[in-house]
Design a protein around this ligand. Structure first.
Ligand code: PDD
Length: 288
């Protein structure tokens, strides 16, 4: 079955899906995005993702291209047309097409909207979670507003590649004081003295939807949570480490910079949170 993309009002075959060369997303990285999990034919936490999307758009003064209701329809329709039951939905909104100039277009242009969907092998993802992943730490050299989910992901992409080059799956980014901010595309957590530790929301991290749900699970299961920054040394000596994102839900980390965490196996807290995740997340109606 051929894949279908939604591009500015039309559902088109992937091979024909394209945007204008003067789209400000392409020229300047002037846009925002969201990534939403599709599980058993339904969208996971759509409402929360769309709320964060509105916040990102407002922060960049980009207008919403569609009403909430119309956008919801487009998301479901893109999933339906692709018949993806387990996978990921990507949504990108840029300021639109205008003659190249750093400042905003003098006359407002229509924001551009692209929605794509792709399948994910759930068995492979579970095998990866059962084994745990290795990560490396790298300096966080991103701009000061990473709380906005922009498509300007070059530092994240470079960090991820450096992780791959080192034989690891991901990178944790470290601020100038030696504290972990977050992962290249995920939030970072440790378990220390039985407490869950993660960095509080600020402009130094993206407040993950998965992170928000995991905090709710922690409260329900009566796991104690400490919202504070933790250092790389602390993470290396932790009982457990894990990361959270819509693409990986809760993923155990078993080594940092080549040093094994605890027993070198996924820990019970991360395992439990992963099991609980889809019981707490908001699962939408079945689309396919
Ligand atoms: N990334 N921090 C960063 C820098 C991220 O890019 C992401 C998500 C997160 C976790 O957010 P959430 O739980 O809402 O997915 C934190 C997505 C998945 C991506 O870029 O593919």
């Amino acid at each position: 079955m051929s894949r279908i993309a939604y591009v500015n009002g039309r559902y088109v075959p992937f091979a024909e899906a394209s945007v204008h060369i003067e789209d400000r997303g392409y020229q300047l990285g002037d846009g925002v995005y969201e990534v939403c999990e599709i599980r058993s034919g339904a969208l996971v936490d759509e409402r929360r993702h769309l709320t964060r999307l509105s916040r990102s758009l407002a922060a960049l003064r980009i207008s919403q291209p569609l009403s909430d209701k119309a956008l919801h329809f487009v998301l479901e329709e893109t999933v339906r047309r692709n018949r993806v039951r387990d996978g990921l939905l990507y949504l990108q909104i840029t300021r639109g097409v205008a003659r190249r100039d750093h400042a905003f277009p003098e006359h407002p242009v229509k924001p551009a909207l692209v929605v794509t969907v792709r399948g994910l092998d759930r068995k492979k993802a579970e095998a990866s979670a059962a084994a745990g992943i290795a990560i490396v730490t790298l300096p966080d050299d991103r701009w000061g507003r990473v709380d906005i989910k922009t498509i300007g992901l070059l530092p994240n992409a470079l960090a991820k590649q450096r992780a791959r080059d080192a034989g690891a799956k991901d990178a944790w980014l470290v601020d100038s004081e030696g504290f972990v901010t977050e992962g290249a595309s995920a939030n970072a957590w440790i378990v220390k003295d039985g407490l869950l530790v993660t960095r509080p929301s600020s402009n130094r991290i993206l407040t993950g939807i998965t992170m928000t749900v995991v905090k709710e699970i922690a409260a329900r299961l009566q796991f104690k949570l400490e919202e504070r920054a933790f250092s790389v040394e602390e993470a290396r000596a932790a009982e457990e480490a894990f990361l959270t994102s819509a693409t990986q839900t809760v993923m155990p980390v078993i080594s940092i910079d080549g040093r094994v965490i605890s027993s070198g196996k996924p820990g019970p807290v991360a395992k439990r949170l992963r099991e609980e995740f889809h019981r707490t997340a908001e699962i939408g109606r079945k689309i396919v």
